[in-house]
Ligand binder design. Structure first.
Ligand SMILES: CC(C)(COP(=O)(O)OP(=O)(O)OC[C@H]1O[C@@H](n2cnc3c(N)ncnc32)[C@H](O)[C@@H]1OP(=O)(O)O)[C@@H](O)C(=O)NCCC(=O)NCCS
Length: 264
């Protein structure tokens, strides 16, 4: 059995009036009938000026790309994604020199981890308003993650993209409408990341066919992509969904605890 002890790091910028940079990272197991796999996460909450203190974690190719970015919002989201992904890889592989890892973008913008050690780890990345979350996982066992802030102003736009059956599920979920719609949306985005297509596919292909409360989280099965299921949690104003293969039992309790702590 591998050591699943959670590592948790808090980095405080102690100058008065400054927001604290928060990093939670740890491992979790992916249990299947005949195998067990190790994955890891990093939840990063940081302001732009704090992120730039971690440029040493970028590979020279990533740094060159970062320097071409013109818009502050994209510079920030790029760093949130890359730094959280490096930390998630570090939590899983004990690969010390994270600056030697390059996370490239594939032809549909999916992240591709490249580094010298021949261990096939990949990452799934999401970022939203100062928050970056990444999962690292063995390539044999795909995972996808998505995070969104709930916003009543976006609810109608999301509803237009959902199927009648999905809308019916949101109505019977007993969740506030904006939360339920955002939850379904993040489940579909996380699935699209597993598929590496993003939302370039017909969204009906990503349709969910159930939405059930299980303890503190919600789970869904997909109507067409029956190999996968989604697990979702909302806290504060945020909804986060993780998509896993349907027959995998992921041990995500610590992840959800840190997620709630970070966004509440
Ligand atoms: C991929 C997509 C689902 C991301 O969702 P989002 O809510 O916008 O953004 P998130 O912060 O959750 O995720 C962004 C991360 O997803 C990852 N990602 C992007 N495309 C991906 C894909 N096809 N497959 C898997 N992961 C992908 C990237 O790591 C990206 O972060 P990075 O660019 O910093 O590396 C969504 O942007 C999409 O479907 N895009 C396809 C349509 C498109 O390309 N539009 C271009 C608009 S100009």
């Amino acid at each position: 059995m591998y050591n699943s002890k959670i590592q948790c790091t808090f980095l405080a910028d102690r100058k008065p009036g400054k927001q604290m940079m928060l990093i939670h990272r740890g491992k979790f197991t992916l249990k299947r009938e005949n195998s067990i796999h190790a994955a890891a996460f990093c939840i990063l909450h940081a302001a732009a000026e704090q992120l730039t203190q971690h440029l040493h974690l970028l590979h020279p190719e990533e740094l060159s790309y970062y320097e071409t970015l013109k818009f502050d919002k994209r510079r920030e989201s790029y760093l949130l994604g890359r730094i959280s992904a490096k930390k998630a890889i570090g939590a899983l592989s004990l690969f010390e020199d994270l600056g030697k890892i390059a996370i490239e973008s594939g032809i549909f913008q999916f992240p591709v981890v490249k580094y010298a050690i021949t261990r096939n780890l990949q990452v799934s990345i999401t970022h939203c308003e100062g928050l970056g979350i990444a999962l690292s996982y063995p390539e044999v066992h795909p995972l996808g993650i998505d995070l969104e802030r709930t916003d009543k102003a976006n609810t109608e736009a999301i509803k237009e993209q959902l199927t009648p059956a999905e809308l019916a599920l949101t109505r019977t979920s007993q969740l506030p409408e904006d939360v339920a719609c955002t939850m379904v949306w993040t489940m579909k985005e996380a699935l699209s990341k597993v598929l590496r297509t993003g939302l370039t596919v017909d969204l009906k292909l990503l349709e969910i066919q159930s939405l059930a409360k299980e303890g503190d989280v919600y789970t869904s099965h997909f109507r067409h992509l029956i190999q996968y299921r989604a697990i979702s949690c909302y806290a504060g104003a945020y909804v986060c969904s993780i998509v896993v293969p349907g027959k995998t039992t992921p041990e995500l309790e610590e992840f959800w605890r840190f997620f709630r702590e970070t966004v509440s």
